[in-house]
Design a protein around this ligand. Sequence first.
Ligand SMILES: [Zn+2]
Length: 316
Amino acid sequence: MKYKCPLCDFEINSDKYLEKYISDFNNQEYKLYHCLNCDGEWWEPLKIIPEFYEEEGEIAYDLYHAGIRNIQEWHIPFFKKFFLNQGRLLDIGCGDGVFIKEAQKLGFEVWGIDFDKKSIEVAKNKFGLKNVFPMSLEEFVDLAKEKDLKFDVITFFEVLEHQDKPKEFLEQIKILLKPEGYIVGTVPNRESVFINLYQGKYDKTDLPPHHFLRFSKKVLKNFFEHQGFSVEISDTKSLTEIATLIEIWLFGKYTFNLKKKLREKIYLNKNNKNKLFKNNLIKTLKFFRTLFLIPISLFIYPFIQGAHIYFQGKIK
Ligand SMILES: [Zn+2]
């Protein structure tokens, strides 16, 4: 079987793969391939499964509706590092709109799209966001052409690794972006100890049919360069992230089981009262855990990479 690297089109002729994995979702066997040309990694069969997102949307919807979801850790670098605070911004994969809601506060005119209809309903009803649409990027490009819409900033946090046609994805973005416009976003960092420690063992979110592409900082930078973008790259690393890492290191599956139970009991249980209070209690406990682990965290800080890669840049 011949495969083509989705990032650089390089053809591989052997069936040599890095690892194999059978998904619980569709019982499909996936194999991880490595490109000798660009160092990219991807899973075959490389094909997005739309039904998977519908099922995932159900769970996310409950979380969103619980009213406790906040800005995610991968959004934080945007608020620290991005220099614009006005103009028209489109967020691809906006979910319930938690990010664009904050971007709007800064001064952006915000727009969002997501596959998941229910999340878009939440964005409209709960946050009062108007320009949010349950549609694919291709459909939105058509809408934007009709309305003659162009964007100053296009963000896509934790979206690129889901794509089975990443180059086409960036081509669509170029159509929507003003000539001097910016792209900003994140992907999981395959070089992070954090991801490698728990992936597959306790958590399957960085695997197909969820994620198909695996990036390192270098692979991501080169990919953008080849597609005509120049980007700055950094990784998200924080003391909280390291504290979580140490916790997983020490307690492994126990800490994951506990998190799963809390999620079911507090966030997903519709009859549960005092969700906000319980969520704040968990946050407080997390804070003390991080505080307690600061000495070790500071010690290992220089030697490890963050769990996500952050990028910001523009068309060359
Ligand atoms: Zn390649």
